[in-house]
Design a binder for this molecule. Structure first.
Ligand code: GUN
Length: 293
């Protein structure tokens, strides 16, 4: 059994990006520039956006944090997005979700120029992904593909079962694993809360991607010997064994599932560290105009 080290791979990729930024800098090229829009002051969103800005600094990108009050009108947010679309110095930007209830996520996402949509959430990027055309891939699925690739995990002809159909992880992951590409070429089953015989379906999986957001949901009786298990869950629970008083749990009951796996991602230190790195990869692509030439 191999434990997939997302922290290590993430550092490797960030080092590769830093080296590329150094080259760009020494040849007088344009430094990649990511902007993040944060509406209101939700604690988790603050942490995520803070992590994205810090990662930009680490690899030598420029970053801009646009803070708007939670009371901002939908119209004013859309105007800000239109400004960022036109700002030639900004290569890509994200609007951190969730947004306050009075603002439509859909309208916001559809206002972002697909060429700057480094989250890969715009319908144009989702459609291009489904058609196997160059597109920005959403960060978590893109990070998972990197892990599969860098650990040289065989995917062709394998049965891949995805648990969860969110627009951010489950749905794009199922599209990507079915594409005629590497990683890909799997026979994919996407499952969700209405699925019957979930255990039976999971037992047919060679690759199991678990993204339903329920701590320690997946137990050993759902997993056959030799399966690749990718755990996308992160739930914070109280713990009297850690200094902070909190610990993170994945969607997989790690201690009993891991011994049955060929590969497994731990929580923390598996998929989590890859998501920001994938956003940096998309931002570099945006600055090099790799996707939309
Ligand atoms: N909220 C949780 N994950 C994400 C993400 O990947 N991008 C954005 N914009 N918001 C999020």
């Amino acid at each position: 059994m191999t434990v997939i080290d997302g922290k290590k791979i993430s550092e490797e990729i960030q080092n590769e990006i830093s080296a590329e930024v150094k080259k760009i800098r020494s040849s007088g090229g344009k430094i990649p520039h990511l902007a993040a829009v944060l509406v209101g002051n939700d604690g988790a969103s603050e942490t995520y956006v803070g992590g994205k800005v810090k990662a930009c600094e680490k690899v030598g990108f420029k970053s801009t944090l646009v803070r708007l009050p939670g009371t901002v009108s939908e119209n004013d947010l859309l105007k800000k997005i239109a400004e960022l679309n036109c700002d030639n110095d900004i290569d890509g930007f994200i609007v951190q979700l969730p947004l306050p209830k009075h603002i439509s996520d859909r309208k916001v996402i559809e206002t972002i120029d697909p060429k700057k949509d480094v989250d890969g959430f715009h319908p144009v990027n989702v459609g291009r992904m489904a058609l196997n055309l160059p597109s920005y891939l959403p960060a978590t699925p893109y990070g998972i593909l990197q892990l599969i690739e860098r650990y040289k995990i065989e995917t062709t002809g394998k049965n891949c079962v995805v648990i969860g159909r969110s627009h951010i992880v489950g749905s794009p992951m199922s599209i990507l694993m079915a594409r005629n590409a590497y990683p890909g070429n799997c026979t994919v089953t996407i499952t969700h809360s209405k699925t019957k015989n979930l255990k039976e379906i999971c037992l047919s999986a060679d690759i199991l991607i678990v993204a339903l957001g329920k701590a320690e949901f997946l137990t050993a009786d759902y997993v056959k010997q030799g399966t690749v298990v990718i755990d996308v869950g992160i739930t914070r629970v109280k713990s009297d064994k850690t200094k902070s008083g909190w610990k993170l749990l994945g969607d997989v009951k790690y201690d009993e599932v891991a011994p049955k796996c060929s590969f497994i991602t731990p929580v923390p230190g598996g998929v989590g560290p890859m998501t920001i790195t994938a956003l940096l990869m998309n931002t570099l692509k945006a600055s090099k105009m790799e996707i939309y030439t």
